[in-house]
Design a protein around this ligand. Sequence first.
Ligand code: FAD
Length: 363
Amino acid sequence: MVNVIVVAGAGVSGLTSALLLSRSKANKVTVVAKHMPGDYDIEYASPWAGANVLPMAEDENSRWERRTWPELKRLTEEVPEAGIHFQKARVYRRLKDEAAPGYHPADPLFSANPWYKSVLPDYRELNQDEVIPGHDSGCEFMSVCINTAVYLPWLVGQCLKNGVVFKRVVLTSIREAKTLSHTGQPANIIINATALGSLKLGGVEDTTMTPARGQVVVVRNEHHPMVATSGTDDSSTEMTYIMQRAAGGGTILGGTYDLGNWESIPDPNIAIRIMKRAVQTAPGLTGGKGIEGLSVIRHGVGLRPYRKNGVRIEEEILDEQTSIVHNYGHAGWGYQGSYGCGERVVELVNEIRKRKGEDQSRH
Ligand code: FAD
């Protein structure tokens, strides 16, 4: 039995799902999306991401991130054209942030005994003399940083090589995807990877979706290692992180995590605070010249697709012929969970295929 599959969405979630599905000849995959790699739009989160691996899940929900790391590591080692490089990450903690649980979207990252210490290589606690001023402790481990401007087109290329067909479409209802396969046949499986689009998309209208606004400054200055801190004194919606993208992609200075804020224009006051905190945390960024020493490429804002109860990866039966497999709501971890989630999509599609095959043989 051939699966006619339409993937709605061409961010990292849709593209990774399409890539993994297209590895089976039994799957004929079409990707339909309003935005594609190359576009920059507030509604399209993927290009704005750093993107690195700084684990955010609690241990019990860590499957997606645990399963993704080996593939990102393999790509970094063996596939240079994917635009990913290894970079050490340093995470600094303040005791006063620990005292306020729930303060940060990535609390588990700052745990003193995190699950990821057995997953990410070279994990170690920092010596006290390695901890930056104003912080009480920290750790270091090996991570990666993805140049999204290289990686997303690379994913498209890998999909094209496997026969995936891409179409620009604005869906008003998820049901429309059923008629959009390049094969001309009705889709028996629709993958919903429309992220924040799922809030308004007819037939989904998931009101638990909301944006987690992320403002960043992209600079030419270089910095190793990557840095993330457990909190700032500026605002509970502001954070400090620094990561240098692979292959000349610039260095991302972050940022904010502002739930419910749809503002698409970068706020200049926030931008100044981001740059000040970055230079304070890592004076080496500008060789001690302060923020005047930063060479800005651009200011940006992306909306992370936050879902109140966490990611939705499950089957929903649309009608007798067609199932929807949802894969949306990845908030701030869409890249670092992409292969784990894509793998679950493939499992669900295989389960549907098996069930439908069994149904057919019964008739
Ligand atoms: P999106 O990239 O938003 O893609 C959604 C797709 O659905 C688009 O193609 C869109 O056009 C399409 N679509 C939506 N509605 C419709 C419709 N009605 N009709 C047709 N198409 C539709 N993650 C990490 O793992 N590591 C990081 O370091 C990291 N840093 C980040 C920093 C910032 C500033 C931001 C904003 C995000 C960051 N993230 C990071 C999070 C990551 O970017 C997201 O989790 C991820 O991009 C979500 O991907 P997605 O494919 O689900 O959604």
